[in-house]
Design a protein around this ligand. Structure first.
Ligand code: ADP
Ligand code: MG
Length: 341
């Protein structure tokens, strides 16, 4: 997993400023660092610069530690070492790796494998295609698919072990790792006494308490077809995860067809339907996994999954020759900000 780079249509943070609490004056502090090939930004309110700096440092260290666990680009990461171990045998793993895999399997099961943390062999093949501008052959796809399937990933919670049940399996946390890391960084800020905070990993954002004196953080939604043309709406959110995904930047054209970097495990190819998804969820690990999932499932099955998942809302934008069509889940409207972006 390269964990993506800056996204084209992404959630932009609109709100600055700060308010005072009754006694202590909380100022706004902002930080940014590159991790997981993505710009992570932290915005927080703190009573002193020293406390803000200390907490932000600890949060970035946590993100860096998680990159060492989850990266599939780094052959020394815990994930890479797990994939290199002989298959069919339980491998003891860290609590972090176990938790993120457990979360991945929940989304995999609920989506019938549209989201699949074992999609690595197909993602690798697809990365080659994106580089060479050539589709993989049916034989190559079938060979990769033999080592893909979330049921081939076995977790033992009591022993905290992972078993890969097929040769050649590669795990890929590109679809939810950044959201997971954003949640964990937010937790570190809270443990350092700072609750009014936001951690944004490009388009995956974890939100804690709102800024002092405010109802929530205002998050702008950029348009999928014209990311530079301003915002299509704004959300007001706290204690939540919000993620967006689309193919505005990460796509490839092969033989006149446009393919996204999200792979449909059934076809083994990048998605060809143009879809942009914004998900609001209880945390960013879930919102991150679901923007990928709903992109694969498409609007009908995707909305059904969203409506059935407690605390989850979605905005789906479909783009075709006729223009774009916006679909909102039943609970989405309540998060739209009253103020115009
Ligand atoms: P980004 O925020 O980088 O746009 P997403 O959250 O949509 O990305 O995740 C895309 C990444 O997820 C891909 O780069 C790949 O690593 C991984 N991925 C691709 N297809 C799937 C899938 N069907 N299930 C799970 N992960 C996927
Ligand atoms: Mg995602």
């Amino acid at each position: 997993m390269r964990f993506g780079r800056l996204m084209g249509w992404f959630a932009a943070i609109l709100m600055g400023g700060c308010a005072t609490s009754s006694q202590v004056k909380y100022e706004r502090y902002a930080y940014a660092e590159l991790h997981m090939a993505t710009m992570f930004s932290i915005t927080l309110y703190a009573p002193s610069q020293a406390q803000a700096d200390r907490a932000a440092r600890a949060a970035f260290e946590r993100i860096a530690a998680l990159e060492d666990v989850m990266s599939d680009y780094d052959s020394r990461s815990e994930l890479s070492r797990l994939c290199g171990a002989p298959y069919g045998q339980p491998v003891p793993v860290s609590r972090d790796l176990f938790r993120v895999l457990q979360l991945s399997l929940v989304t995999a099961e609920k989506s019938g494998g549209a989201f699949d943390p074992t999609v690595g062999p197909l993602v690798r093949l697809w990365r080659q295609s994106r580089k060479n501008h050539q589709l993989p052959s049916p034989g190559e796809i079938a060979a990769a698919q033999a080592a893909v399937g979330y049921r081939l990933l076995e977790l033992d919670a009591r022993r905290q072990t992972v078993t890969l049940k097929h040769a050649g399996m590669r795990l890929d946390l590109g679809g939810n790792g950044k959201g997971f890391a954003a949640d964990e960084a937010l937790l570190v800020l809270r443990q350092n006494g700072l609750r009014s905070a936001m951690v944004a990993a490009s388009g995956d954002i974890a939100l804690g308490d709102p800024p002092p004196g405010k109802k929530g953080w205002e998050i702008g939604i950029a348009s999928i077809d014209h990311p530079d043309h301003g915002l299509t709406g704004a959300l007001c959110l706290a204690h939540a995860g919000v993620s967006t995904s689309g193919d505005t930047e990460q796509f490839v054209e092969i033989q006149g067809r446009r393919y996204s970097h999200i792979v449909n495990p059934v076809t083994g190819l990048g998605l060809t339907h143009r879809i942009g998804v914004t998900i609001i969820a209880p945390n960013a690990a879930i919102s991150d996994s679901l923007d990928t999932t709903i992109s694969v499932l498409g609007p009908d099955k995707g909305m059904r999954l969203v409506e059935s998942w407690p605390g989850v809302s979605a905005l789906i934008v479909l783009l075709d020759e006729a223009g774009n069509q916006q679909l909102k889940s039943s609970r989405f409207e309540r998060y739209l900000s009253a103020s115009k972006p």
